[in-house]
Design a protein around this ligand. Structure first.
Ligand SMILES: NC(=O)c1ccc[n+]([C@@H]2O[C@H](COP(=O)([O-])OP(=O)(O)OC[C@H]3O[C@@H](n4cnc5c(N)ncnc54)[C@H](O)[C@@H]3O)[C@@H](O)[C@H]2O)c1
Ligand SMILES: CC(C)[C@H](C(=O)O)[C@@H](O)C(=O)O
Ligand SMILES: [Mg+2]
Length: 360
């Protein structure tokens, strides 16, 4: 089959990890007789450098006319990069938020799975991990604090900054439905995470989630306050199957969950709307501290590409093959620095990509 894929390398390690994911996709095409045509799209700092803004209408149009978008990461070092001298709405992160909104990508799925081979890279004790760790965070991605009105004002000579956290029932309902549908294909448990002991938006969240739960009597629903959840993720991570939560809590909890998998370099993600279209990117950022050094772990991006094959292109067996190739390379003992442990073989970004492509 012939498919159109928009490719967003982005900033920092973005181009390095996207290159490896594309290498793996080239192998998928060769092996299964598909052909993908790629259009490169600028986003974030890469777009500021060329167009002066982090996202252009043309970039949105290219993404919209594609079957799926595969992305690396955007952003730079806030202390040293000239991008951060611009006003906030013109910085790299604003481009990422804007493209998510423009494509209506309200559902961000972040699967956190600990490969048995990476147990030594996981900082938690073996008895805490037990039989394994396999959960998914379903994060609301186009509402909440990151999209509310904000302003910085001065009152009586004192600066004041305001961010607004708001959700309406429809926004909560559609993401809750996603979480329950996903739970049905997994272990039938949803943990909805909020701060309902303080926030009105969380009290509405809880009410709507309970309404949705009535349509899923086969799925167990529990509510958990976000501060407790942050603690439970390291105390007993295997209690979770599906975590359903709002935008900012999901952002923070997914980075935390990534460490249970060994590294943020292992955490893939899919950002979806109501159709089959999606944007696929690792959950981590542009890692300016290791950019250009062939040190970045490309696995999160390669696993995101596998999610793209599965969700947007209906290629289950191809996605399975990519995941199996990742598994094989880990079983053979190859590791990038972030997941390295004693007795394993240290490889760089490119070699890890080569090994996974070859394993296919
Ligand atoms: N979706 C995205 O594009 C995205 C996500 C998060 C952060 N950011 C942006 O990235 C920039 C850097 O942010 P940050 O430093 O807080 O977070 P980060 O995720 O880029 O890096 C945090 C730490 O994890 C390491 N790391 C991240 N990805 C790795 C990988 N694949 N392999 C090995 N190590 C990896 C980094 O070296 C760093 O030490 C900021 O501008 C931020 O806004 C973008
Ligand atoms: C860069 C930033 C806007 C982004 C977010 O908060 O969604 C990132 O942290 C992520 O997790 O994808
Ligand atoms: Mg984040």
């Amino acid at each position: 089959m012939d498919y159109k894929i928009a490719l967003i390398p982005g900033d920092g390690i973005g181009p390095e990890i996207v290159r490896e994911a594309k290498k793996v996709l080239d192998k998928v095409c060769e092996k299964y007789g598909h052909s993908f045509s790629y259009s490169e799209v600028l986003l974030g700092g890469a777009s500021i450098d060329v167009h002066g803004v982090p996202l252009t209408d043309e970039a949105i149009a290219t993404a919209k006319s594609s079957d799926a978008v595969l992305m690396g990461s955007i952003g730079g070092d806030a202390k040293t990069s000239p991008w951060y001298k611009l006003e906030p709405s013109k910085r790299p992160e604003a481009g990422l938020l804007a493209i998510r909104k423009a494509l209506n990508l309200f559902a961000n799925l972040r699967p956190a799975y600990l490969y048995n081979e990476l147990r030594k890279a996981c900082p938690l004790r073996d008895e805490i991990i037990g039989d394994g760790f396999d959960m998914i965070i379903v994060r609301e991605l186009t509402g909440g604090l990151y999209f509310g009105e904000r302003q910085t004002i001065e009152e009586n000579g004192v600066k004041k900054a305001i961010d607004t956290l708001s959700y309406n029932e429809n926004e909560i309902r559609r993401i809750a439905i996603k979480a329950f549908e996903i739970a049905r294909k997994r272990r039938n448990k949803v943990t909805s995470v909020d701060k309902a002991n303080v926030l009105d938006s969380s009290r509405l969240w809880r009410k709507v989630v309970e309404e949705v739960a009535k349509d899923y009597p086969d799925v167990t629903l529990e509510h958990m306050l976000v501060d407790n959840c942050a603690m439970q993720l390291v105390r007993d991570p295997k209690q979770f199957d599906v975590i359903l939560t709002e935008n900012m809590f999901g952002d923070i909890l997914s980075d935390e969950a990534s460490m249970v998998t060994g590294s943020i370099g292992m955490l893939s993600s899919a950002s979806l709307n109501e159709t089959k279209f999606g944007l696929y990117e690792p959950s981590h950022g542009s890692a300016p501290d290791i950019a250009g050094q062939d040190k970045a772990n490309p696995i999160a991006t390669i696993l995101s590409a596998a999610m793209m094959l599965r969700f947007s292109l209906d290629m289950d067996k191809e996605a399975d093959a990519v995941e199996a190739a990742v598994q094989k390379v880990l079983t053979e003992g190859y590791r990038t620095g972030d997941i390295m442990s004693e007795g394993c073989k240290l490889v760089g970004t490119k070699e890890m990509g080569d090994l996974i492509a070859a394993a296919l």
